[in-house]
Design a protein. Structure first.
Length: 104
């Protein structure tokens, strides 16, 4: 089965670490986490991501710029960009599974 690359952008180190750990607990998901916009853009250009999760703490202007960048620079026109503000591993898994359905 093919691995799904998921980019998580968050501003809080502890939450970022937890989200990436939860994503990577699934054997077919590969989570990569970053804390700043420039790093997010750099890594996005180097890997084929199916999903981008936007964590809490990202300002509105930054979120709009990131969404525009990801949509314009991604070879996959069905990329799913999801706001993830927490709520536990069950919600995270549901958000990812729904996003994957939307990328088909």
């Amino acid at each position: 089965m093919e691995t799904t690359n998921i980019l998580y952008i968050g501003r809080h180190p502890e939450i970022l670490e937890t989200v990436i750990r939860l994503i990577n607990a699934n054997e077919i998901w590969n989570g990569v986490g970053v804390m700043n916009d420039e790093e997010a853009k750099e890594i996005f250009l180097k890997k084929d991501f199916s999903i981008v999760l936007l964590g809490s703490g990202i300002h509105e202007e930054s979120e709009a710029e990131l969404c525009s960048f990801f949509k314009n620079k991604n070879p996959n026109p069905n990329i799913s960009i999801v706001q993830h503000y927490g709520g536990g591993s069950g919600l995270l898994k549901s958000e990812i599974l729904l996003a994957l359905e939307n990328t088909k």
